[in-house]
Design a protein around this ligand. Structure first.
Ligand SMILES: *[C@@H]1O[C@H](CO)[C@@H](O)[C@H](O)[C@H]1NC(C)=O
Length: 381
């Protein structure tokens, strides 16, 4: 009996032990679950935000070569270091890449040379090419000595000797066209430069702020007949502010034929031949900074415009304003005050651009600003 009682007692002890164990286990498990949840939410909270993956076909092969193109908002790399890294890259043949300017009229020559000089000063390893009317090479007799022509000859020599530009004379499109008219020549002459793999044309007048970003575009893009900057964010048409061109005699012939069959401006001809968006520079490339910025946009700058980040993010500024004939003209102070941006930081950027253009014009071409007469006054000197 005693034995049975004892075993009954040990059974009840065993039961209570099991119950205590089960409660402890339940308590432990619920605590564990709660703790895991807490840890998980903590992990979520401290986890770094992963960047969105880039679209599959990035146009820039190793984007780390130029920090600006990989991380547009980041710090500015040492330009020389970037360029020397690129020169050492074995696959890039810089003799087949270049910057081209097309000059159709005497008044355009200095601004075109200034852009080539900017690229040279910023140590771009690419070639520099200047296309100009062949008629400028004609011998002139002493009687019809022309001061404009002597300035032009001096500037062409400067372009070749001081700025290492290759001078390429161009013919008029139509054989019998007036050689002295700008409209007799065409941008499409760039396509005749078939010894080059890729060429970048920048619309003068303007200022190059960062040659290494343009060099990256030139070096790492695919060769296509045309990659242009879109005229508007809607990407419906190209603009001629920046053209990345792969020359070929086939495209050259096609463009000439189109132009001979119907008179048109270069912009009309290019828009007709190269459809958007196929012939536009990719949105990805354009999202990496201001590849081309038009100075008139500074007048619509937002309140948080920052001149430091503008200078870091911007590659090429085309100096273009609807109510100014060009930065080559001296605008009286009262007029300037009306035209310049209202925002303090944007105004600083704007005035820096125009002032550095004025100084460069004197340094590169030895020319002062031109006298400006407002359109309303009726006379243009
Ligand atoms: C502009 O941005 C730079 C850094 O990009 C910063 O150091 C500077 O304080 C900013 N200036 C203004 C006025 O916000």
């Amino acid at each position: 009996m005693g034995k049975l009682l004892l075993s009954q007692g040990s059974v009840s002890i065993l039961f209570s032990a099991i119950i205590v164990f089960l409660f402890t286990l339940a308590l432990f498990l619920s605590g564990y679950v709660l703790q895991q949840r807490y840890v998980h939410s903590l992990q979520l909270a401290i986890k770094p935000r992963l960047p969105k993956p880039l679209p599959a076909q990035a146009p820039l092969q190793p984007p780390t070569l130029d920090i600006k193109w990989a991380r547009p908002m980041g710090s500015r790399p040492d330009v020389e270091e970037t360029v020397s890294q690129m020169i050492e890259a074995p696959t890039i043949d810089w003799s087949r890449l270049g910057y081209v300017q097309v000059v159709k009229d005497h008044s355009e020559l200095c601004s075109a040379i200034m852009l080539l000089a900017d690229l040279q000063e910023k140590r771009s390893p690419a070639k520099r090419i200047l296309l100009f009317p062949k008629s400028w090479l004609k011998e002139t007799s002493e009687e019809d000595w022309d001061p404009q022509m002597s300035t032009t000859r001096r500037l062409l020599r400067t372009a070749a000797r001081r700025h290492g530009a290759r001078l390429v004379p161009m013919e008029t499109i139509k054989a019998d066209a007036d050689e002295s008219l700008a409209s007799s020549y065409s941008l499409t002459n760039i396509y005749s430069l078939t010894t080059y793999e890729r060429l970048i044309y920048l619309h003068a007048p303007g200022v190059v702020l960062d040659a290494s970003a343009l060099d990256s575009l030139l070096a790492f893009s695919k060769s296509k007949p045309m990659s242009a900057i879109p005229a508007t964010p809607e990407r419906k048409e190209l603009s001629t502010s920046l053209l990345l061109i792969s020359p070929s005699s086939e495209t050259y012939r096609q463009l000439r034929e189109t132009r001979l069959s119907q008179p048109s401006t270069d912009l009309e001809l290019l828009r007709h031949t190269f459809s958007a968006p196929d012939s536009l520079i990719s949105e990805l490339t354009l999202s990496m900074g201001n590849v081309v910025y038009e100075s008139q946009s500074l007048r619509e700058a937002s309140d948080d415009f920052n001149v430091t980040s503008f200078n870091e993010m911007t590659t090429f500024v085309r100096l273009l304003e609807p109510d100014i004939p060009g930065p080559e003209y001296d605008i009286p102070y009262a007029e300037r005050a009306k035209l310049r941006p209202q925002n303090d930081q944007a105004r600083e950027a704007w005035e820096n651009l125009y002032e550095s253009f004025r100084q460069r014009r004197m340094e590169v071409c030895g020319l002062d600003l031109e006298y400006w007469v407002q359109a309303e006054a009726g006379v243009e000197l």
